[in-house]
Design a protein around this ligand. Sequence first.
Ligand code: COA
Length: 259
Amino acid sequence: MTEALRVERRANAAVLTLNRPERQNALSRELVAALGQAGRALAADESVRAVILTGEGRKAFCAGADLKERSGMNEAEVLEMLRSYRSELGWLSSFRVPVIAALNGVALGGGLELALACDLRVAVDTALLGLPETSLGIIPGAGGTQYLPRLVGAARAKELILLGRRLAATEALGIGLVNHLVDDDADLLTETLNYARPIVEGAPLAQAAALEALRAAELPLEEGLAVELRAYEGCLYSEDRREGLRAFAEKRPPKYTGK
Ligand code: COA
């Protein structure tokens, strides 16, 4: 049996590939569990500087819940599945290094929700994005109703979810739902690794501190600013901060060590 999730290393980045192309990389129980397991394994690997989440093939990043598996589930099993989204996928939005979704094709329903949980989204210019759940008599259940308005604002999120409207990649770029587009003919993974280079090769402590502070942007302003100050202090006494200043003065690229 092929693995539902492939985990590979490309330099300092971990690449997770949803690998169920015959089902448009839909989220089965097995795939959700494999994502959770991968997150737990990566958490212990300090050498990983970024995680890239992508899908096998050129058609779909992920077509959401595995609707064939779902049709055989009773209500209690569906509820169990929704809970497993929290326990197994929650790490994507709180991981210690940035998680980047590389959308190689359609991202629908739970597939888009996976991408929304990530810190950044890169997509091929032919990708199609949407949350069509209400048209199936349900609602997004893997965080979509919470992530989407935080990312694109309440009005656009309501439009996408209540109307179940699908967006072309260029439109998604225009509203900030996607950060960066890649030509469909290009190698998406190579382009995503290039895009992520400042993260993967940047100052590790500064990257971690910035991520922590940025994630506090949902807090009331005073609390968020307090998190920013604490996070800055994490860099203040670092060798990397001194190296950054030295490199600037000596007009050379910095060499960061994470110390
Ligand atoms: N779960 C399980 N199987 C899925 C699936 C899903 N979410 N989405 C697609 N598949 C399967 C199809 O049933 C088909 O299998 P078959 O060959 O045994 O019939 C195969 O993947 C190919 O899909 P197909 O629809 O023929 O390809 P397409 O290129 O015409 O369309 C999609 C691709 C993704 C746009 C289309 O399949 C689709 O809209 N899927 C449903 C997405 C959705 O509503 N997700 C939200 C779930 S809440």
